[in-house]
Design a protein around this ligand. Sequence first.
Ligand SMILES: *Cc1c(COP(=O)(O)O)cnc(C)c1O
Length: 399
Amino acid sequence: MSEIFTGGFTQQEPIPEEGIAAALNVLRHGRLHRYNLAPGELGEAAELEQEFAATTGAKYCLAVASGGYAMATALRALGVAAGDRVLSNAFTLAPVPGAIASIGAVPVFVGVSDALRIDLADLGEKITTSGAKILLLSHMRGHICDMDALMQICDRAGVRVIEDCAHTMGAAWNGTPSGRFGVMGCYSAQTYKHVNSGEGGFLVSDDADLMARAILLSGSYMLYERHIAAPPPEAFAKVKYDTPNISGRMDNLRAAILRPQIARLAEQREKWNARYRKLEQGLKGTPGLTLIERPHRESYVGSSFQMLLLDWPVARVEQVVARCKARGVELKWFGAPEPAGFTSTYRHWRYANPHPMPQTDRVLAGLLDMRLPLTFTLEECDQIAEILRAEIGALHQYV
Ligand SMILES: *Cc1c(COP(=O)(O)O)cnc(C)c1O
């Protein structure tokens, strides 16, 4: 009864053959820089942007060096300056407050509900107390809040929203793709996200002025006319003397790897969700364990799985993590006193001088998180659920 799982939680699928062939082609012709084009050539980066814009329904798209860079660029494009306060999630990953801090602005953290979404009551309160005019909203681990309610709160208060869609590429709320509610949407193409070019990111928007600034900021020099999914030259003419070049471009090699992956996003979403549902089914009714209900209007991409051991003593949660690890199941715990690996919480981001948030701490203290790479088979997902169920069940009797 002590089966050990041997799959790798950080092992993603290989790059599609089509992407490998396209990458080799770029390596052979040698024009890796996005503006290094042969006569008549559009370039992989520009074509990627056009294709990603179409996927999201956005007018404009800019591919950049990383998701973190996309967020910092969005903040700069919106005119956020040093000392400004920017609202963001207490439950997110370090590059989100990091993007805010990178321009000298100050993150103001908004709490998380026990459904792992941003706490809208706390958002309202923090808007009032902080006076912040920008929300960098992180759809952390793919959980999308009631976007209609959120946009209403923000619109009323004159708060502009930038969406961090690092975990919601391919997801939607009530039929609208994630990233299309705010003035700008940011995505990541880093290895552990929904597409993989090692590093990479995207910005989308319908706003010509913001996107012209973002393209100039990304280091377009005066070659912005080589972009396809970009605003007309007039938009650039207005800001080209006032916008610094802060190099963070996408290159043709990574773009070549990404294009076939963007094309199969919907197909991948189904594969992820089949795995997610296996976990959900296998864990339903586990004593002491709270699963996260997914709202009807949310169309998610189940690339990771979260569950709560709400109000369990710290030592017991630690035992669950250790026992699962011994059986090959890697869990990330958001209640750990010290940041570990990719996981840290708002309490660890001391540069932002965070205030304690008891409700949020309660949720994070019980929050277990697991990656679901597509290299796992459905049978392996059943096996993982069995292991979790057994180990959580064994310890629950002592809680
Ligand atoms: C990964 C991640 C990012 C940033 O992406 P990078 O491409 O690694 O810079 C932003 N937000 C969240 C929630 C992430 O997980």
